[in-house]
Design a protein around this ligand. Structure first.
Ligand code: SF4
Ligand code: SF4
Length: 194
């Protein structure tokens, strides 16, 4: 992943969207306003070098009502929801849940997606869960490659994983697959079937 230098937002208070923080809180079930910017989350995040804003920087954008900057940041897509930050946060903020909410808002509001490849990968993971109730990694990788037309990139890694039997050739399906599909059919499904 490309290394980025962290940004600071240019705050134009006339542009601030006062409802944005409330919307993020409602969707994530968290309270963005609790963050007092101790930067502990930034110190522990394993992917910060690939982000444009630090994790708490994104929370700051939400606090300031900078909707466009938050929804168009690469950070919300680079975050892999490892929860390292949430475990260390002195305010017990589930930052991954906030990133999840921001991703959802970015898609539903038609924001410019900063990391379109990651969005495509998300779609394939969700499609796999909808089909089988769990992920079939080989199919996800193949479908993703097909979408992106990147057949030969990372092929050496894929072959090594196959050789070490880290990739199942055939998918396995959970018993209650219909329940899973009902979940996907309900409103607010997110990024699948794109
Ligand atoms: S660790 Fe928690 S309180 Fe500290 S900056 Fe990060 S989100 Fe804010
Ligand atoms: S959950 Fe996201 S923001 Fe938090 S440490 Fe992991 S990758 Fe970084």
């Amino acid at each position: 992943m490309e290394q980025k230098s962290l940004q600071r937002p240019n705050v134009d208070f006339i542009q601030c969207d006062r409802s944005f923080q409330r919307e993020v809180n409602e969707l994530s079930g968290e309270n963005v306003g609790l963050c007092f910017h101790c930067r502990t989350c930034a110190g522990g995040c394993p992917y910060i070098e690939a982000m444009d804003y630090s994790p708490h920087g994104v929370l700051r954008l939400a606090q300031l009502g900078l909707r466009k900057e938050a929804l168009e940041s690469s950070t919300i897509w680079v975050c892999v929801a490892c929860h390292t930050c949430s475990i260390q946060c002195p305010m017990a903020i589930d930052i991954a849940a906030i990133m999840d909410a921001l991703r959802h808002m970015a898609i539903t509001e038609g924001a410019k997606i900063a990391e379109p490849n990651i969005l495509e990968f998300h779609k394939e993971v969700l499609n796999s869960i909808e089909r089988y109730g769990r992920t079939h990694k080989l199919e996800i990788m193949l479908r993703y490659k097909l979408r992106m037309r990147q057949w030969f990139q990372d092929m050496d890694i894929g072959l090594k994983m196959l050789a070490k039997r880290k990739l199942d050739l055939m998918p396995s399906r959970v018993k209650e697959i219909e329940e899973m599909r009902d979940l996907f059919a309900s409103p607010g499904k997110g990024v699948g079937n794109g």
